[in-house]
Design a protein around this ligand. Structure first.
Ligand code: UN1
Length: 462
């Protein structure tokens, strides 16, 4: 099988075509990684720290080229693509410190003499399965901590972003990582399944359906797994909010990268008298970010990833329209080649419509009305996959009360729902995530097993 990726802004532009690894190829890559892991771990903290630091430098040295590749392969607007490259370098640099982080704790025995201590140890080979929408940052925020604590990694990227992943593998060589410690296996479902069947620890980001299958297969083998899946995110706008600022943040969260982030906003809940002025401000703010060429400096909303994605999103908008919804902004394909949809806002979408229940991964949001904060929170919590919720209010008490009662993994006050800090834990509520959080320091525990060591003085009677 051939894995190929095409430019979503120019569908005839083939970015790369490579042979898929096949399940045998994945098995062989895992075996080679397992053999290389022993030396990577034995080399020690300073060697791993230096290699990860050089990875950051390699990314920075190629920043312009990498941003252009992100634009071309996955249609991310160039300003955001540059931001992703900078974030990627920052993540490598951040985890370059992790080999020196405390590896455990020392405890007194419950009784008698001796010393108790915990120590973490790498599992071996981390199997990473990643989506196309953050083609450098997501593989990095999985690989960097896994490598820092002494694992080798085998990465199975989404076919749509295979060129970016292969470029990362080249940078690993440039950074001087030992051969086979960072391997990329191109492919689709077959390769993903083979990786899940062979790795010693698995981290997945992607759709809910595939994530559930990965969790079932991995935990069935008794192997640790974390999965980041879909998000259906709400924004709560209170009447006392700075509505101009809120509308700008919402437009970015709805239309930025054509809404193709698990942190994008798809439901805007206006409380009480915020509804009418917010509707007006938001329609204006969305008109200011029309669908446009991702290579252009000012573009916020580029194309969606492909033809099937565009058909799925426009189909949902059309069905909402047929069910009585009003399209306040966008709603139609942009008048240009490529898979573009104008940023779209709807109101009066009937309860239970798929736009209110499923993640469509497009520049589309539904405006909802809530009588008060209680109703807004109930609406926001009415989904099973809440990842990131934003709250817009000038009143800190209201914002904190909302943050307390919202069932979401990330709560952002007076900020877009999208955008994450790589040094803090990242993940969602209920079915949005499975297992422990990604990113930050906590993920170092995910990629290691803890050992408890008991030391008694020689000759101690039992
Ligand atoms: C962001 O909002 O900057 O797949 C990051 C995703 C998320 C990452 C979002 N895991 O869209």
């Amino acid at each position: 099988m051939i894995v190929s990726s095409y430019n979503p802004a120019e569908p005839g532009d083939l970015v790369v075509a490579v042979e898929a690894a096949g399940s045998d190829g994945v098995g062989a890559a895992v075996e080679r990684a397992r053999a290389a892991q022993a030396g990577w771990w034995a080399a020690g903290a300073a060697v791993r720290a230096a290699a990860l630091g050089r990875f950051a430098e390699a990314v920075e040295a190629r920043a312009a080229e990498l941003a252009a590749l992100i634009v071309r392969e996955v249609g991310k607007p160039v300003a955001e693509a540059r931001g992703e490259v900078a974030r990627t370098a920052a993540i490598w640099r951040y985890y370059a410190q992790a080999p020196f982080a405390p590896a455990g704790a020392v405890h007194e025995p419950a009784a008698g003499e001796g010393l108790l201590l915990t120590r973490r140890r790498p599992y071996g080979v981390a199997g990473l399965i990643t989506p196309w929408n953050f083609p450098l940052a997501i593989p990095t925020w999985k690989a960097a901590p896994a490598l820092a604590v002494g694992n080798a990694v085998v990465l199975k990227p989404a076919p749509e972003a295979v060129a970016c992943a292969l470029r990362l593998a080249e940078l690993a060589v440039e950074a001087g990582l030992p051969a086979d410690v960072f391997a990329v296996v191109p492919g689709g479902a077959e390769e993903g399944e083979a990786l899940v069947a062979a790795a010693d620890v698995v981290s997945f980001t992607g759709s809910t359906a595939v994530g559930r299958a990965v969790v079932a297969a991995t935990s069935g083998r008794g192997v640790p797994v974390q999965a980041e899946m879909g998000g259906l995110n709400a924004a709560l706008v209170l009447p006392d909010a700075d509505l101009g600022q809120a509308a700008g943040h919402l437009a970015a969260a709805i239309a930025g990268y054509a809404g193709q982030k698990c942190t994008a906003t798809s439901r805007v809940i206006a409380v009480g008298e915020a509804y009418e002025p917010l509707r007006e401000a938001l329609v204006k703010a969305l008109a200011a970010v029309p669908a446009a060429d991702p290579a252009e400096e000012r573009t916020v909303c580029g194309p969606v990833i492909g033809e099937a994605a565009l058909a799925r999103i426009t189909g949902a908008v059309d069905s909402a329209r047929a069910a009585g919804a009003t399209v306040l902004a966008g709603g139609d394909r942009a008048d240009r080649a490529g898979w573009y949809l104008e940023p779209t806002l709807l109101e009066d979408v009937p309860a239970g419509h798929p736009l209110l229940a499923e993640e469509f991964f497009g520049p589309v949001a539904v405006l909802l009305r809530a009588a008060d904060l209680d109703e807004a929170i109930a609406l926001a919590n009415a989904t099973s996959h809440s990842l990131a919720t934003s709250v817009h209010s000038r009143d800190l008490d209201t914002a904190l009360a909302a943050a307390d009662r919202l069932d979401a993994g990330m709560i952002r006050v007076n900020a877009p729902s999208s955008g994450v800090d790589f040094h803090l834990p990242f993940g969602g509520a209920r079915s949005a995530s499975y297992g422990s959080r990604e990113q930050g320091q906590a993920v170092l525990d995910f990629y290691t097993a803890s050992r408890t060591v008991t030391l008694l003085p020689a000759g101690t009677p039992r």
